[in-house]
Design a protein around this ligand. Structure first.
Ligand SMILES: Cc1cc2nc3c(=O)[nH]c(=O)nc-3n(C[C@H](O)[C@H](O)[C@H](O)COP(=O)(O)O)c2cc1C
Length: 262
């Protein structure tokens, strides 16, 4: 991890560049992507490998927050404009985070993009969207409450084809990743030890006509989308001197922002 670039201050002061920001940014917040998303897009375009995020959730049975790494897959939008970007990740529907999110969908994500020296701390709600055959599918899809409460978004949101998205995302995964959803329940005791683990499939490929479909079917039935709906974003930029910190929050469908002391 790189340290904040305080050492740049004298150089930037000499050049008269301390505190300088590109003149791009105050786009109308109600029509387009929020500014935090534009900044994140820019950081990711420059550092496309920085896709590991950490997401914390709460378990009703313990006061200790649970945090884990996830791979950010893409932004998706359920609406016709870009005002409401959702973060897409994936998971095994049987993992403990699913139970935690049923009881309490509030999460916080932290995303450190080292190359850009930027941290995004994103508070919001998370939903796990498994196969439609699972009871949980209905539960999570119907709890996209905030979006559904906005009359202008209602139609498009209810029309969104979650299963098509799930299938498309599953197909894009490597054979090695697909095999990971054929293992026993994540976090359960490894009863048979490493001898058992050696019998798990290592790669799963889409079966051709007449081939055995059992591994593919099993992986697909455990595979779930994890959709995070941001509500507030705390963005810290350590590269500029002085450092910058901006809070973005969404009320009545509109993103607002204010500068904070870093
Ligand atoms: C770099 C990295 C990326 C990971 N990506 C994912 C992911 O995209 N989805 C996922 O469910 N788990 C991912 N994991 C594993 C999780 O961190 C976690 O161990 C697992 O999901 C079980 O979490 P839970 O017990 O809180 O449900 C990743 C782990 C690492 C180290």
């Amino acid at each position: 991890m790189g340290a904040p670039r305080y050492y740049l201050l004298p150089v930037l002061c000499c050049l008269g560049l301390a505190g300088w920001r590109p003149p791009e940014e105050k786009a109308p917040m109600h029509m387009n992507a929020p500014r935090w998303k534009l900044a994140l897009d820019k950081a990711l375009a420059a550092h496309p490998k920085a896709t590991v995020i950490q997401m914390a959730s709460l378990d009703v049975n313990t006061p200790v927050p649970h945090v884990r790494s996830l791979v950010f897959r893409a932004f998706i939008s359920l609406t016709d404009d870009e005002t409401h970007p959702l973060l897409l990740a994936t998971t095994d529907v049987r993992s403990p985070k699913t139970t935690q999110l049923i009881a309490n969908p509030n999460v916080q994500v932290v995303w450190w993009i080292e190359g850009a020296q930027e941290q995004y701390r994103i508070a919001g709600t998370a939903r796990v969207i498994p196969a439609p055959s699972q009871a949980l599918h209905k539960h999570f899809v119907h709890t996209l409450v905030e979006l559904q409460n906005q009359p202008q978004n209602k139609k498009r949101v209810s029309e969104f084809d979650w299963e098509a998205k799930r299938l498309e995302t599953f197909r894009s995964m490597s054979p090695y990743m697909k095999a990971s959803w054929c293992r026993p329940v994540p976090g359960s005791r490894l009863e048979g030890g490493q001898d058992e683990a050696k019998r798990w499939p290592v790669e799963v490929f889409e079966p051709k006509d007449g081939e055995d479909t059992s591994s593919w079917d099993m992986a697909l039935s455990n595979f779930a989308l994890l959709v995070i709906e941001p509500r507030e974003v705390d963005h810290i930029e350590l590269a500029p001197v002085p450092n910058l910190r901006t809070r973005y929050w969404r009320t009545d469908g509109v993103w607002r922002d204010e500068e904070l002391v870093p």
